[in-house]
Design a protein. Structure first.
Length: 257
């Protein structure tokens, strides 16, 4: 099987990032012939970047570090990671140890027939309110974007590179999970689902909270409009994003060689 790029957005994950990288370096050689792990340090103010730098010095080019000089958001971090990914398959997950990268083994066989594999949390270790809001949000997304996935905001997803080449990621926040699936659906890419285990966070603090419901609904409505009925200005903005990415004009610092 071809190679895979694993993208790990990280913001103030000094207590988790070393364990996540060690797990990736342990399991990936047994799953695929060639791989890279790209950590996107999204303006962390703790020791995240320093820890990753020490691992890069030992395991480069299998581990690479890109750093935003300021916090730009989860979606922006993914966009940076995707733009630097080298392999035909691209996978992303969180750096907070709530998912087991080893379960990627169950996703790879799907790529023989599908273009995208979306994880869904079998058991969810989140607060009750957040779980209820997520359930409601997923039902709204299924209707608006006609995506037949049960957990669109699960951050455990695998793509063929051609999907990400087709999609221009515009979201800079956690709505990027929805945007990726909605745009893949719009372009008629083949989407599969696979359950993954979800674990309680053992260290650090989540950057996602049960937010303001009206604001969430407005964001989803704007996303729907941008995907299905974009204005000329929005098309120009998307084209500018794509051009900047192709030129490498992202606020990122590549790992030293």
């Amino acid at each position: 099987m071809s190679g895979i790029s694993v993208v790990l957005p990280a913001y103030n994950e000094e207590e988790n990032i070393e364990a996540v990288l060690n797990q990736a370096l342990d399991v990936l050689p047994d799953l695929i012939d060639d791989f890279e792990v790209i950590v996107v340090n999204d303006g962390s103010t703790d020791g995240t970047a320093g820890i990753v730098h020490s691992i890069v010095s030992e395991h480069h080019p299998y581990v690479r570090l890109l750093s935003h000089t300021s916090n730009q958001g989860y979606g922006a971090a993914l966009r940076t990671g995707f733009s630097r990914a080298r392999h035909e398959l691209v996978f992303y997950t969180d750096a907070d140890r709530q998912f087991d990268i080893a379960e990627l083994a169950y996703f790879l066989p799907f790529m023989a027939e599908y273009d995208v594999v979306v994880g869904f949390r079998v058991y969810r270790y989140d607060a009750v309110l957040r779980s209820i809001l997520s359930w409601t949000y997923n039902r709204i997304v299924r209707v608006l974007f006609r995506v037949r996935v049960r957990d669109v905001d699960c951050s455990f997803k695998l793509f063929r590179r051609e999907v990400l080449d087709k999609i221009t990621v515009e979201s800079t926040d956690f709505f990027v999970d929805t945007e990726l699936v909605a745009k893949a659906r719009k372009w008629n890419f083949r989407i599969a689902e696979k359950g993954v285990r979800h674990y309680p966070r053992v260290a650090g603090a989540t950057t996602v909270v049960a937010g303001n419901i009206p604001q969430t609904l407005r964001t989803v409505a704007r996303m729907w409009q941008r995907i299905y009925f974009p204005t000329r200005r929005q098309l120009d903005e998307a084209a500018e994003i794509r051009a900047r990415l192709e030129e490498g004009a992202v606020e990122a610092i590549p790992a030293p060689r």
